[in-house]
Design a protein around this ligand. Structure first.
Ligand SMILES: C[S@@+](CC[C@H](N)C(=O)[O-])C[C@H]1O[C@@H](n2cnc3c(N)ncnc32)[C@H](O)[C@@H]1O
Length: 284
């Protein structure tokens, strides 16, 4: 079985191979893209901004390298910290809907938790995202990982601001867990058109369904407040609400990320985050 670090390295190698040009040109483009993403994330509450694009292989490489490794670790830590989340992984099967989960961070975090803790339920993971090309990055994950449990990743393309793209997706509404990792901040500037999608998910989730929200802890707490208002509207009880620093420091990942670590430095390792763990009310 591959380790997750080896799996990420494999996905990065593939994305790197898709970038046109020689090595120097690829590396310059990636470094510039890492800066572009970082600058874009500093402007998330600017309501006049345009959507951040991830369609090029350079963007996908830059995002997976810089952010996915850390975000996956944060998701794993949150599952480890909350009994209500850990309990989801003790049965025969579990289904998870990762909203804005195209880059794979949410899926990798869940896999990291399951592998570290020897969990063996069959895992169905719906990855919802506007950027179709993310599907290519993770479609082979089940085959490559050869995990001790069955793994069914399902990539579903949709744009939260366009109901015609998501209205017909029904099955995921029965998921045991919904994850929203750095997603609501990404679409906060478009929240008027995005909110019906969250009403659809939070309103139609089954009683007992769990929600895991983690995002930037912005100065005014706007992202978490938006999440909490939607949760309250649909009877999702907030079991845990924190704002804290989360850190990720795993030397093993650094070794496996070579040769990229020497070229592009550390992936993101520390974040100031708001986290929420919610549960849909009613009897399961
Ligand atoms: C900051 S990334 C977060 C990814 C991942 N959950 C994580 O924690 O690393 C935001 C994701 O939202 C997706 N996205 C942006 N706008 C969207 C929209 N209107 N509808 C669906 N997905 C969107 C992007 O393609 C991107 O994959």
């Amino acid at each position: 079985m591959l380790t997750l670090a080896q799996l990420i390295k494999q996905v990065l190698d593939e994305a790197y191979g898709d970038i046109p040009g020689n090595e120097a040109a690829k590396d310059a483009a990636i470094s510039a893209e890492i800066s572009r993403l970082s600058n874009s994330y500093a402007r998330l509450t600017d309501s006049a901004r345009v959507a951040i694009g991830y369609s090029s292989p350079v963007s996908r490489f830059a995002y997976i390298y810089k952010y996915t490794v850390a975000h996956a670790d944060y998701i794993m830590q949150l599952i480890e910290q909350h009994r209500e989340l850990r309990d989801l992984f003790t049965g025969d099967e579990v289904s998870v809907a990762c909203l804005g989960g195209g880059p794979g961070s949410d899926l990798l975090g869940i896999l990291k938790y399951m592998i570290r803790n020897g969990c063996e339920p069959a895992l169905t993971c719906y990855l919802f995202d506007r950027e179709r090309a993310w599907g290519d990055s993770w479609s082979e994950v089940a085959k490559s990982l050869e995990a001790d449990f069955q793994l069914y990743p399902v990539f579903q393309q949709m744009d939260v601001t366009d109901p015609d793209t998501w209205r017909s997706y029904k099955k995921f509404l029965g998921s045991d867990l919904f994850t929203l990792s750095y997603f609501m901040s990404e679409i906060w500037s478009f929240k008027d058109t995005a909110e019906p999608f969250f009403d659809h998910c939070y309103g139609s989730a089954k009683p007992g369904a769990m929600f895991l929200f983690i995002d930037n802890n912005d100065a005014n707490g706007e992202f978490a407040s938006w999440h909490d208002a939607i949760a309250a509207k649909h009877g999702v009880e907030i079991l845990s609400s924190t704002s804290c620093k989360m850190a990720f420091s795993n030397e093993e990942e650094k070794r496996h990320l070579e040769p990229y670590y020497s070229k592009f430095g550390w992936p993101k390792r520390e974040s100031n985050v708001s986290c929420r763990i919610g549960r849909k009310s009613g009897t399961a």
